[in-house]
Design a protein around this ligand. Structure first.
Ligand code: PLP
Length: 384
């Protein structure tokens, strides 16, 4: 007997419309496929989105963070404060520029860096902070910048997940110091791979441009100089065309994600998962762009581990899930630098128990119901 399986539901899937696909074909036929007019248009659209601030595109949201640190003047010997609950790139870039990462634990409610613990981590060597807006939930931006101003610290916002998020009605990227976005396919807006750096003035924009491509400046037909050590981080025009098509739809994307998140809360309102102690994210429907919907599993009350839970979701229910993220300081590279279990208990607990459920713009309310039913059934079956 053959069993009818429902179609596989991934945890994320980009939505690229036909107009964008056609636009990419036009770029490919145009004769200019790397950084050029599409990037210029993408930078302009992003700048408008960020209230007119200067923006430079990059080939990743990792390159933007690294260059952001360089523009802020972070050097070997400097300390940079960040959260252990992020994609490892957030901390890796600190090592990349030769500085020292200093972690501060998260607030388990927001899953973002605990601003109440921030000041205790500041030393005379602290040069900058990299706050992360996990799942698109911003920090208390007033408090963050109050502290940054008081201690004269630069802020490089890792807003990789927060395009479309707001604080007091203003978009993330419009406020603040240096702001970094990513356009990886899992993010709310994609350019396949890519990133954008929002800076403060034309001097910083010029530095961003140089760091992006070998530190080169050209003048006239035959003038070239290189006056700083730059990388190779420019975005192709094919990618920028995808990003342009995506950015045009961001309000609809954000609205759809918020609506789906609301359905998750309704569906999780009752049932075996909640009874067993499955944790839900902070229900922020004002500021967050709902980049992800992440629950925490009550592992001490389940007779299967997270991998087993994910396998059940995948194989029995045909639903994809993800882990975002294991605590950075527990990775081998960071343990070798002296970090150890127990140092940041909230980030460790979150990293060990979090599970990202499907959330993307082409999902239906019925898909959300299917996911919550599956989580409920597994909790019912394996709860103890
Ligand atoms: C995606 C992401 C990055 C890195 O972006 P890439 O474009 O993949 O290099 C950095 N920080 C966070 C929090 C991210 O989610």
């Amino acid at each position: 007997m053959t069993q009818e399986f429902p179609p596989f539901l991934p945890f994320v899937r980009p939505e690229i419309d036909e107009e964008t696909i056609q636009g990419v074909a036009d770029v490919l036929r145009s004769g200019w496929i790397t950084t050029g007019p599409q990037n210029e248009a993408f930078e302009k659209a992003l700048s408008t989105f960020c209230g007119g601030r200067p923006v430079r595109t990059f080939n990743s949201g990792t390159a933007t963070l690294e260059v952001g640190l360089r523009i802020a003047g972070v050097q070997p010997g400097d300390e940079v404060i960040t959260t252990p609950a992020s994609w490892v790139a957030t901390a890796n870039v600190i090592l990349e520029v030769g500085a020292t990462p200093v972690f501060v634990d998260i607030d388990p409610r927001t899953r973002n860096i605990d601003l109440g613990l921030l000041e205790k981590a500041i030393t005379p060597r602290t040069k900058a902070i990299i706050p992360v807006y996990l799942a698109g939930l911003p920090l208390d931006m007033d408090r963050l910048y109050e502290i940054a101003r008081a201690y004269k610290l630069r802020v490089i916002e890792d807003a990789a997940q927060a395009l479309g998020s707001t604080w007091r009605g203003e978009r993330i990227g419009k406020l603040g110091d240096i702001v970094s976005f990513s356009f990886h396919p899992n993010k709310n807006v994609t350019s396949i791979e890519g990133g954008a750096l929002v800076v403060n003035d034309e001097r910083e924009a010029e530095l961003a441009r140089k760091y992006r491509l070998q530190g080169i400046t050209r003048k006239g037909f035959d003038g070239m100089d290189c006056d700083l050590l730059g990388g190779k981080y420019n975005l192709t025009d094919v990618a920028a065309r995808v990003g342009l098509g995506q950015l045009a739809q961001i309000d609809r994307f954000t609205a759809k994600r918020r609506a789906l998140a609301r359905v998750y809360f309704e569906r999780f309102g009752k049932g075996a998962a909640r009874e067993l102690g499955v944790g839900l994210p902070l229900a922020d429907f004002e500021n967050s762009n709902w980049h992800m919907f992440q629950i925490t599993l009550p592992l001490e009350r389940l007779s299967l581990d997270r991998a087993g839970f994910m396998q059940k979701m995948h194989e029995t229910y045909r639903i994809g899930t993800g882990v975002h993220y294991p605590a950075i300081h527990l990775f081998t590279l960071y343990r070798a630098r002296g970090f150890a279990p127990g140092m940041f208990p909230h980030a460790e607990r979150f990293g060990a128990s979090t599970l990202t459920l499907p959330l993307f713009t082409q999902m239906t309310d019925g898909d959300v119901a299917r996911v919550v039913d599956a989580v409920d059934e597994i909790c019912e079956h394996y709860g103890k």
